[in-house]
Design a protein around this ligand. Structure first.
Ligand SMILES: [Zn+2]
Length: 241
């Protein structure tokens, strides 16, 4: 079974679907589910994704749902341009959205709620869908899915209250995430020159700057400069080695 197996933040997801090719006949409806199991508590990111892939493969399925929405982000499963397997007669031209957790007794909450509402809202916009294009799994089966606590009235009210705001440029979001990655330099000799935590992506470059005592690393701009210097150094080295 082909799966995308990528985790996106809601902001990244909004960028992703803007550029995504949804196929010659894009999905014309969404089908909302809950996983029931794994629960919110037992969800383990990629480990759970691979577990689900194995589970569907053992059933002999060639595809599964398209998205798993959890506290840790929006996981891409079956490519959204392909028909998935998740809701019987509703499978053709639908995007199957699994909200991780059991919602028979409680509604979505926390990041899961924001990610689910945000994904639904942005897919509706992108694919030009209306409320009547939003289906629940139970509309086509005897199950309670996506959970008895989730009603269309509740969902549409929550969507009407949702304000996603403008999209953050992707490069800026990546940069922020990288800069805040806690990864202190441990070498004593470099501590005088390195005044901020060094994320993994800049480590080799910072080591290079420290080795040749080029400049102090005291800001995120210095980290980027270090990476540029180092890249330049590598190019020179490659052409004169
Ligand atoms: Zn379902």
């Amino acid at each position: 079974m082909e799966i995308v197996n990528r985790r996106l933040s809601l902001n990244e997801f909004r960028h992703y679907i803007k550029e995504y090719y949804f196929g010659a006949q894009p999905a014309n409806k969404l089908v909302i589910h809950h996983t029931w199991k794994p629960t919110k508590e037992s969800w383990a990111g990629e480990q759970s994704i691979l577990g689900l892939k194995g589970y569907y493969e053992r059933k002999g399925w060639k595809a599964g749902p398209h998205l798993f929405i959890a506290e840790d982000g929006i996981w891409l499963f079956t490519p959204m341009r392909n028909n998935g397997i998740h809701a019987g007669t509703l499978n053709p031209r639908s995007i199957g959205i699994e909200v991780v957790g059991n919602y028979d007794l409680e509604v979505w909450s926390g990041n899961t709620k924001m990610n689910a509402l945000g994904a639904i809202e942005s897919l509706m916009k992108q694919l030009d869908l209306t409320k009547s294009d939003i289906h629940f799994h139970r509309d086509a089966s005897g199950k309670s899915c996506p959970g008895r606590a989730i009603t269309k009235e509740w969902l549409f009210y929550e969507l009407s209250q949702l304000d996603l705001g403008p999209m953050i440029p992707r490069s800026f979001e990546d940069l922020n995430r990288n800069i805040t990655a806690p990864s202190p330099v441990d070498s004593n000799s470099s501590s005088a020159m390195v005044l901020i935590p060094v994320p993994d992506w800049a480590r080799e470059a910072v080591d290079f700057v420290v080795k040749y005592r080029l400049f102090k690393i005291a800001s995120s701009q210095d980290l980027r400069d270090a990476v540029k210097f180092h890249r330049f150094y590598k190019i020179i080295q490659a052409n004169h080695g």
